[in-house]
Design a protein around this ligand. Structure first.
Ligand SMILES: C[S@@+](CC[C@H](N)C(=O)[O-])C[C@H]1O[C@@H](n2cnc3c(N)ncnc32)[C@H](O)[C@@H]1O
Length: 250
């Protein structure tokens, strides 16, 4: 009965474009208490999570010429044996490519909040014979990653969708090895020619504001991509953790 109710709730939320509302409702059925979703964070409007119905867009043939992911993969400098998390992996555009780079001993933890995205990813992994991917169904506050065990967390076009950025950044911080880093890709808000809706873009200034407030410092950046910022963050050892505020700004 509860499963049926959940399924109905999912479809109602989906039709209304409310993936985070569905995920939040799911959470309420579990023992976790989830603070209300934010609509803004540090002055930025938070975007709606992209539905799995749009997953084809993520694997469109023009993605290479528009975003140059092959250059991103070169810049990430992954090595065999690494443990990498593709957080907000969608249907696995980056997951599959990275899995091949860290093989045979390394693995990709592929996290998403939509089980349908993980299913699409598993079909693609199967058809390409890629085996070193661990799908993880995360929640809107917790990517369910093991403690201090990840070399890199890749966030491609997803951070701006986090309804609970503070909780997510705290969980990522917890999961990274002491030398681990976040590789963050966000569409450049500073550039009006990037043809993406404003709430799906971020400025470097805003990114730095939010990441430094949550215990990260800029380690490196690469400005050679056509549409996106690529910024690497490491844990700031001098950061003093403050209590995460559950109070939405809206
Ligand atoms: C725009 S898609 C990008 C997918 C993939 N990174 C790519 O570039 O092909 C964003 C994905 O992030 C997921 N997402 C949103 N919030 C999330 C969260 N808190 N934890 C994990 N995944 C999340 C969405 O479900 C969606 O699949």
């Amino acid at each position: 009965m509860q499963r049926q109710l959940n399924a109905w709730l999912f479809w109602i939320c989906l039709l209304a474009g409310l993936i985070p509302a569905w995920a939040e409702a799911q959470q309420k059925n579990s023992s976790e208490t989830i603070p209300p979703a934010r609509s803004t964070y540090m002055g930025r409007r938070i975007a709606q999570a992209m539905s799995y119905h749009g997953a084809d867009w993520l694997v469109r043939p023009t993605r290479e010429s528009e975003e140059r992911p092959s250059e991103v993969l070169k810049q990430l400098r992954l090595k065999p044996g690494m443990v990498v998390c593709d957080l907000g992996c969608g249907n696995g555009y980056y997951t599959l490519a990275m899995a091949k780079q860290v093989a045979p001993d390394g693995k990709i933890l592929a996290v998403d909040i939509q089980p349908e995205m993980l299913h699409l990813l598993s079909l693609r992994a199967e058809s390409e014979g890629v085996k070193n991917i661990e799908p993880v169904l995360g929640t809107i506050v917790d990517p369910k990653l093991p403690k201090e065990s990840v070399d890199m967390v890749l966030l491609v076009d997803v951070y701006h969708e986090f309804s609970h950025p503070q909780q997510m950044l705290a969980a990522i911080r917890h999961s990274l090895k002491p030398t681990g880093q976040i590789a963050l890709l966000e569409f450049r808000e500073e550039d009006r020619t990037v043809p993406i809706k404003p709430e799906h873009k971020m400025t470097k200034k805003q990114i730095l504001r939010e990441y430094s407030a949550n215990g990260f410092r800029l380690a490196q950046q690469y400005d050679g991509l056509p549409w996106q910022h690529l910024m690497y963050f490491e844990k700031d050892p001098n950061w003093i953790s403050q209590q995460v505020s559950d109070k939405p700004e809206n």
